[in-house]
Design a protein around this ligand. Sequence first.
Ligand code: ATP
Ligand code: MG
Length: 414
Amino acid sequence: MRQSQLFTKTIKETPKDEKSINSRFLIKAGFIDKLMAGVYSYLPLGFLVLKKIENIIREEINRISGQEVLLPALHPKKVWDVTGRWQYEEMFKLKNRAEKDYSLGWTHEEIITPLVKNFIHSYKDLPVYIYQIQDKFRDELRAKSGLLRGIEFIMKDLYSFHREQKDLDSYYEKVKNAYFRIFKRCGIRRQTFLALASGGAFSKYSHEFQTATPYGEDTIYLCQKCKLGINKEIIDKENHRCPKCKNKKLDVKKTIEVGNIFKLQDKFSKAFNLKFKDKDGKEKIVLMGCYGIGLSRLIATIVEVHNDKRGIVWPREVAPFDVHLISVENITNVVKVSNKLYKDLLEAGIEVLYDDRKNKSAGEKFVDCDLIGIPIRIVVSEKTLKNNCVEIKKRKEKKVNLVKIDKLIKCLQV
Ligand code: ATP
Ligand code: MG
């Protein structure tokens, strides 16, 4: 994409009412725009990042046999009455002209359970794994941390349906592994820990995926020995001791919850009477699990983890582009070579943001480049061209290298 054509521009001043690192950088660099607290638009750069993350999640959930659907965001009251969750305080409720009650989806157990009931009758129909990537709506009182806590936000929610406990337990472990693959590809694996949290009424624990950052809203106690986290909310109950290895040496860490997995057991299948006929001919209740990842929160977390004072430092797989090509002078030859390079890079399958703006100085272009945070910067100038070279620099390094133009594509592909 040519930067001269990009309708968004970088913003010089930091938005006053934005306190968090993620929202300040994402807004300044033109990834997102704020409509109101907790509600943001994704602009072209932000949309590209979102699609990259979506695809990573899609690939990894498909690998564990997830089937993608898209459920409605607008719900009738009656499904929420079945479980008694119509009273849930974070749920947005609205009425139509005939005074009928509706709500906006904040989660989808009440939608997916009666839906699968139409298709699950026998043990042969199980297990199934169904997921979607969709906007969720929650009346959050603390929507003040940019994309970390939205009122409208994007979530991947996966629901699994099983004949027996063994099967639920083993799928639950598969999801854990898939989640770690997702966080690895998003560049935050090293900072992300599995943590125990309250399991609610039906299981002892649920598991959270907590990413350590200085400004996280959550707190975990991280076992120095086995690296299991324990959410602050249950640490007293555990007597300040790791439940897995009994170690008492725990580090306190500020974290962001990027994902959460939960064994629902028969909570929703009972409410909706979701049963199947087993091999022995007996009717049995279906067991369920649910598994969430906040995509918008994930974007914000990546930025909170990967930044410096100049801007964002995107991990390779989620960056909006592979390289940022900058032509620094309006000299015919520089422009000519840059245009040709842009074409060649695209033809080689490399995703390029091409700063071809005529009215910007080299300094301004470098500042924008660091703010936007694409992993590799390529600079074309009269000086570099004297040796038939371009300058190449990684966003996260200081070192600048000169590379011969005819070697550039090879050099980028390794
Ligand atoms: P929190 O404790 O942070 O409110 P939660 O326990 O309510 O999260 P879940 O209902 O389990 O979250 O949702 C699954 C995932 O969706 C979370 O792990 C998180 O990544 C994301 N998420 C939840 N609420 C929000 C929100 N308001 N804005 C952005 N992402 C969210
Ligand atoms: Mg919540």
